[in-house]
Design a protein around this ligand. Structure first.
Ligand SMILES: [Zn+2]
Ligand SMILES: [Zn+2]
Length: 238
């Protein structure tokens, strides 16, 4: 069966994320758009993930716990886990490996923490758009040791994409998926020449506001509409 997804969505926890990107707003908008599953992937932190997973459970939407991590190579990678505990364990293990500077909200934007009623209950003080001192391969290894999935983000973008930063995707990299931002680009074939092998091509919105969340357009063929069903597909070789 077809499962319509958007596996790259930011909340107001990301400094560049709209403050409208609260747990209930995101889940309700995703349901209105006809999606079956989303992932919450804020920059380098997980402040609103647990609460959005809980809201998803209440309202009947699959919410995959995730994060968009900036590697030491300045590449953005999306990491997804089967449950919130795995994501929190992952984060505990790496959180001290990121460059810490104080956020300047007037310059970069607020980093908002919500409760399950979409009320603001706090702010993250450390600016989230700084890299970890971890390589792409170190992150892949750590994610896979926790049964997660990791893929290079928005490879058709000009900043923080693996193609832009490294120039190619190493064929020995232990990943099965790549992400196009927005839609499959017209020059996809040119980019694919720098991949050297096949990957499953995911199309995600990288939404920072409600309108940008994907429509009911991109799907996976799954055996069952569940996180297990999704991970069964994402962990298979293409
Ligand atoms: Zn990114
Ligand atoms: Zn993003």
């Amino acid at each position: 069966m077809k499962l319509y997804y958007d596996f790259h969505i930011h909340t107001g926890f990301s400094p560049c994320g709209s403050e409208d990107m609260s747990p209930n707003n995101i889940v309700n908008m995703s349901i209105i758009k006809g999606l079956d599953a989303i992932a919450i992937t804020d920059h380098n932190g997980i402040g609103n993930v647990r609460v959005t997973v809980e809201v998803g459970e209440k309202l009947g939407l699959i919410v995959i716990p995730g994060m968009e991590i900036q590697t030491v190579e300045d590449v953005h990678m999306v990491v997804l886990f089967r449950d919130i505990i795995a994501l929190e364990n992952f984060y505990q293990g790496i959180k001290d490996k990121r460059l810490m500077i104080k956020n300047k909200p007037e310059r970069f934007g607020e980093q908002v923490i919500f409760n399950d009623q979409d009320e603001i209950v706090g702010y993250e003080d450390n600016y989230l758009i700084t890299p970890y001192s971890l390589t792409i391969n170190e992150i892949i290894k750590t994610v896979q040791s926790l049964d997660g999935v990791v893929f290079p983000a928005h490879i058709n973008r000009n900043s923080f994409s693996i193609i832009k930063s490294l120039g190619f995707i190493d064929k020995d990299m232990a990943i099965e998926n790549i992400e196009w931002y927005g839609k499959r680009p017209d020059d996809a074939e040119d980019i694919e020449k720098r991949m050297f092998r096949k990957y499953r091509e995911l199309i995600n919105s990288d939404a920072h506001d409600l309108i940008s969340i994907s429509e009911r357009e991109n799907y996976l063929e799954v055996e069952e509409k569940s996180i297990q069903g999704i991970f069964k597909v994402l962990t298979q070789s293409v």
